[in-house]
Design a protein around this ligand. Sequence first.
Ligand code: TGC
Ligand code: FAD
Length: 406
Amino acid sequence: MATATLSDTDFQKSLKQDVYEHPDFYALDSLLTEEHKLVRSSIRDFVKREISPFIEEWAQKAHFPYEIVKKFGNIGAFGPTIPQTYGGGGLDYISYGILMQEIERGDSGMRSTASVQGSLVMYPIYKFGSEQQRKKYLPKLASGEWLGCFGLTEPDHGSNPGGMVTRFQDAGDHYVLNGAKMWISNSPRADVAVVWAKNEQGRIHGLIVERGMPGFTTPETHGKWSLRASATGELVFDNVKVPKENLLPGKSGLGAPLMCLDSARYGIAWGALGAAMDCYESARRYAAERIQFGKPIASFQLVQKKLAEMLTEITKAQLLNWRLGTLMNEGKATTAQISLAKRNNVQIALEIAREARQIHGGMGITGEYSIMRHMMNLESVVTYEGTHDIHLLILGNHITGLSAFS
Ligand code: TGC
Ligand code: FAD
């Protein structure tokens, strides 16, 4: 008797299929330059070749594919807006957004690796670093020879990073760093950490800490149900001697890490949309093929409602991202505008993932489709880089002029 179960080989083959094309209901492609389209086609091909065939297995096994770091470097996914003199891509913010969108279409954890390296490690070194620091670190980070991480969050200070207790003291020819960071993407494999800590006067500064400095360890966080293909860990500093030349001289205060977050949150607004479009496209295809009651389920009004609402939200988010990208290119985008886009796009992506899961029925919970993985990943994305509610309060502050935090 024939079995309905796929053989291992058939299952593997089905995982390797990636027929993704993106929805473009309002012809936004006509607003893109040839360079944007080239960036998109090369990163889309890369994701189809280097991520889609393997991501389910990596996620199922909670495996961070370290070899992807060099591959991302080769394709220019690290620091796309950093000038080429320092190894960056010299591209604009729309290109950066497109890169994050396409990578997260593959997997949010893969996008985390790229956006932390670009926006949270290379950006502060470029923006606040000395020329010597830029030359030493940026080319190696851009090429993927080194992996970086960004240490802001602490066990007792997540949404409120200004309360951090990690500190450094002046010890003559070096600083001595003590404290701990947690929930740090890339930390277990990072060569370099940009760490935010207070000096003896309580002023926040950025320090570049390198793997191998005595007293610096990076324990891995296990047991995540989300971002399983991304390595997350702690940063522990036990009397770490940090050379004075490793302090970022260009900016101090909480505003410095928050500026980096503006850049990374912008990338997330695009990235989450990538995950949403993947869920929508998968649901649309599945609904056309799946027969119930003698008809494709796509013919039922309730399924059409789900698909129509998904496309509506995707189209609104595409318009939002494109406009925000042009403001970023002009240097005019505000923190509140970035918060609105990050908050909206992650929320709609989560809702679209949940609705797409419904359309896939039982199949939606399996690794044969990307839906459940996207949904679980997005539960981290809605929390990191400022939670959904923190972004609402940033907007509330902008609207009213009154801070809910102080
Ligand atoms: P507040 O009083 O509002 O501001 C403190 C100082 O910073 C200035 N400032 C900014 N400067 C530049 N750019 C910005 N975007 C800025 N926002 C604020 C501000 O003017 C002030 O300057 P000064 O001179 O007056 O001191 O700060 P607050 O303590 O009230 O906190 C505000 C709040 C809650 C919005 C902020 O702390 C916040 O955004 N919290 C959320 C924390 C967060 O997002 N953490 C993310 C950690 S990194 C991460 O999650 C990476 S995940 C990566 C991945 O895997 O993809
Ligand atoms: P909390 O701040 O304790 O918040 C808990 C709840 O309380 C939330 O719902 C929040 O919205 C709510 N809340 C808090 N304050 C208020 C308020 N004033 N008003 C209303 N509600 C409030 N951090 C880094 O520095 N670097 C990284 O690379 C990094 N990577 C991460 C990767 C993953 C997978 C995850 C999950 C997190 C990562 N983070 C990283 C940390 C992330 O930024 C924090 O988790 C996030 O900022 C929230 O902090 P918290 O988890 O301590 O939650």
